[in-house]
Design a binder for this molecule. Structure first.
Ligand SMILES: [Mg+2]
Length: 277
């Protein structure tokens, strides 16, 4: 690995916050990735903090905390941000949203004070036009749901996507991601969606509101994690445990550092930290 990359991490030493992706970094599919827990322990022991930033809006905070615990990581509610929270932050408290998405997105909207109705609810539609249609990841999506939310968007609701990831890594291969669902809604409604999650500004704002100084963004997907790092003006560490199987010249943005997994990133960072003392 180039020395420059390690020096880049050295600059981030001493109490900075590591913004760490979840899917493809801490777990893949439902399975913890070996060494992820040890990696977080190392970063924290070196004086760093960790903020987990996920584009997956499906799980609730309690579910994420439990999955992290299984991966060997103790995390509090204030150490997690999701694309669902970023989408919710784009709406005013008291507003109305029609939702294609799972419990985590509903929870984030409720926490914001938004009145959210699931588009799968038979009673959805027919009433006043909601302020927004919010689209997140879910497996509960069919033609009737598409028709209902496209109607609402054509009637004037904003179209907000939690994220636009085309595919989702799972233990059985790649699954269609939120971007695929969002594209269907955009096509059926003729609207251009605004996107809340990585690498877009709403989630970046959520992060900068919580974190004083960012050490680096760590993630498996250059188009989201890498672009987020670029937007935040911080180093990007790519891990090869998720969507990106190998580092190559074609990656854009090019990572500042490549580790085979989160543990390799943490070890390099803490080594660089120690070497620079
Ligand atoms: Mg990922």
């Amino acid at each position: 690995m180039p020395d420059d990359a390690v020096r880049g991490f050295a600059r981030a030493k001493g109490g900075g916050t590591w913004v760490v992706d979840l899917d493809g970094v801490v777990w893949r599919g439902g399975e913890p990735i070996p060494g992820a827990g040890e990696a977080v322990t190392l970063l924290r022991a070196a004086g760093g903090r960790v903020l987990f930033a996920s584009n997956n809006s499906s799980p609730t905070l309690e579910e994420l905390i439990e999955r992290l615990r299984i991966a060997g990581i103790a995390a509090g509610r204030d150490e997690i941000v999701t694309s669902g929270m970023a989408a919710a932050a784009m709406l005013d408290p008291g507003g109305q949203a029609l939702v294609v998405g799972d419990d985590g997105l509903m929870e984030a909207l409720a926490a914001r004070g938004v009145h959210a109705t699931r588009a799968t609810d038979e009673r959805a539609g027919g009433g006043p036009t909601p302020d927004a249609v919010v689209v997140g990841y879910t497996k509960r999506f069919d033609y009737d749901v598409l028709a209902r939310v496209a109607d609402a968007v054509r009637a004037g609701a904003r179209l907000i996507g939690t994220n636009e990831d085309a595919v989702l890594p799972s233990s059985g291969g790649l699954l269609p991601g939120t971007g695929a669902i969002l594209a269907a809604v955009a096509t059926a409604s003729g609207a251009t969606p605004v996107v809340a999650g990585k690498p877009h500004q709403p989630l970046a704002t959520l992060i900068t509101e919580r974190v004083e100084r960012i050490a680096a963004v760590v993630g498996d997907r250059p188009s989201t994690d890498g672009e987020l790092a670029r937007r935040l003006g911080v180093p990007y560490a790519l891990v090869l445990t998720g969507i990106t199987a190998r580092a190559g010249d074609e990656l854009d943005p090019a990572p500042d550092f490549v580790g085979k997994d989160l543990l390799a990133v943490a070890e390099a960072a803490t080594r660089a930290d120690a070497a620079s003392r």
